[in-house]
Ligand binder design. Structure first.
Ligand code: GTR
Length: 408
């Protein structure tokens, strides 16, 4: 039975479970020398590093590991934001490198009457910080923004018309009322989302032959926000949840995998190159993503176009790098392009690593029904509706954060 996607998805891709090819995944718990990983120490000291290296080399590219060139510029604080319910901070993150400078605006909302440092949700946004809330004082981005033909962008520059246009994706009041802060950066401040041969955005600041793609640059930017949180005593940086939707979910996963300071990682419909297993070739494929978005991954990833079985990794290995930290993977019923089952299976196949590290995974669980979230030390849901991040999704993430971050 061919399930027709609920909204316009590219044709000529497979949306039929019976047509998923059979495949063998690379073994998570076998070292490259063939030895079995049977204890936590061998995972932490050897296998984890092997998998990071494989994902850098074959999928995302290698981000610079030396000095980030980050310093903090202007900080704006409003103690009476969002109708008096929040404290707003805006921070200029300046980056230096190669005699060039780049600036990214970090926007933070804190609950107004917090007692002590608060845990925080951090994610990149698609359209500019001003789009996440109806707040006239949010700085407009000055970097390139994509024009989605909705009248909010002029000559690839953000305008006031875009204020609050993405607010349904950012339930800030709800999150603050649950005792969490929320922080975001416009992804294009770190690296504009178009192909220019890895020259623009933060790529320009580093001499780096390892072709870190845009997803890796965004993930690197998320870590720089965490660098700031470490300096801000209003924020409990040890309880930072990193989240992202779709392409920004791919970035959140890679950030969480690379940077073990992130305490909780959330992937909302990240799909191909995110949580979904590449070998299933269900919905978006490696070839299609590399053709449509040649700048997202490293050059090596293109070798696996229509050649997924040769990949020395698959995305369950990305999920496993997050262990033993809590990980939430979410899908939507109407988002077949992102392969909901492939996203669930990645989490399931990563579960033996959680179990090796003394946590509970989802090894013996079936994929749950729509709108019936399941959680152990990892969590999964498939929501009804289309490709999006909604209040329903955030409420589940807040519940999971209460369970995993607050209970500590
Ligand atoms: C699609 C892309 C997906 C996903 C999505 C998004 O065009 O094929 O991988 O990233 O964009 O970011 O909304």
């Amino acid at each position: 039975i061919s399930i027709k996607p609920a909204f316009a998805e590219p044709e000529d891709f497979n949306y039929d479970e019976t047509k998923v090819p059979s495949f063998t995944l690379p073994d998570l718990l076998t070292l490259e020398n063939g030895d079995r990983v049977s204890d936590a120490e061998t995972w932490k000291n050897k296998r984890r590093a092997e998998i990071v290296e494989l994902l850098e080399k074959h999928v995302y590219g290698r981000a610079p590991t030396g000095e980030s060139g980050l310093h903090f510029g202007e900080v704006e604080i409003d103690d009476n934001a969002l109708g008096g319910t929040a404290v707003r901070k805006q921070v200029k993150l300046w980056f230096d490198g190669n005699d060039q400078e780049l600036v990214a605006d970090l926007l933070i909302y804190l609950p107004k009457h917090a007692e002590g440092p608060v845990p925080i949700f951090l994610g990149l946004n698609f359209a500019g910080n001003h789009a996440v809330a109806d707040d006239p004082d949010i700085w407009l981005p000055t970097s390139w923004v994509p024009d989605r033909d909705n009248g909010t962008v002029e000559d690839n520059h953000a305008t006031d018309k875009g204020r609050g246009s993405q607010s349904s994706r950012w339930p800030i009041q709800e999150t603050l009322s649950r005792g969490y802060a929320v922080a975001t950066i416009y992804c294009g401040d770190i690296d504009p989302d178009f192909d220019d041969g890895f020259q623009n955005g933060v790529h320009a600041l580093f001499d780096n032959d390892d072709q870190w793609g845009t997803i890796a640059a965004w993930a690197w930017g998320l870590s720089r926000a965490l660098d700031y949180f470490e300096e801000d005593s209003d924020i409990d940086h040890s309880r930072t949840a990193v989240l992202g939707h779709s392409r920004l979910g791919k970035a959140a996963l890679w950030a969480g995998a690379r940077d073990e300071r992130f305490a909780l990682v959330i992937s909302n419909e990240s799909g191909c190159g995110g949580a979904a297993l590449s070998r299933r070739r269900f919905g978006e494929t490696v070839e299609r993503i590399n053709t449509r978005f040649p700048h997202w991954f490293c050059k090596n990833f293109h070798k696996y176009n229509d050649n997924e079985d040769e990949l020395p990794v698959d995305q369950h290995m990305l999920c496993a790098l997050i262990a033993p930290r809590p990980l939430y993977i979410a899908s939507a019923e109407g988002d077949l392009w992102a392969d909901p089952r492939g996203e669930f299976l990645s989490l399931q196949y990563a579960s033996p690593v959680y179990e090796l590290l003394g946590k509970n995974g989802l090894s013996n669980r079936d994929m749950p029904a729509v709108n019936e979230p399941i959680s152990t030390d990892v969590a999964y849901h498939i929501r009804s509706g289309k490709h999006d991040i909604t209040l329903y999704d955030w409420q589940r993430y807040l519940d999971f954060a209460d369970q995993q971050l607050r209970a500590r």
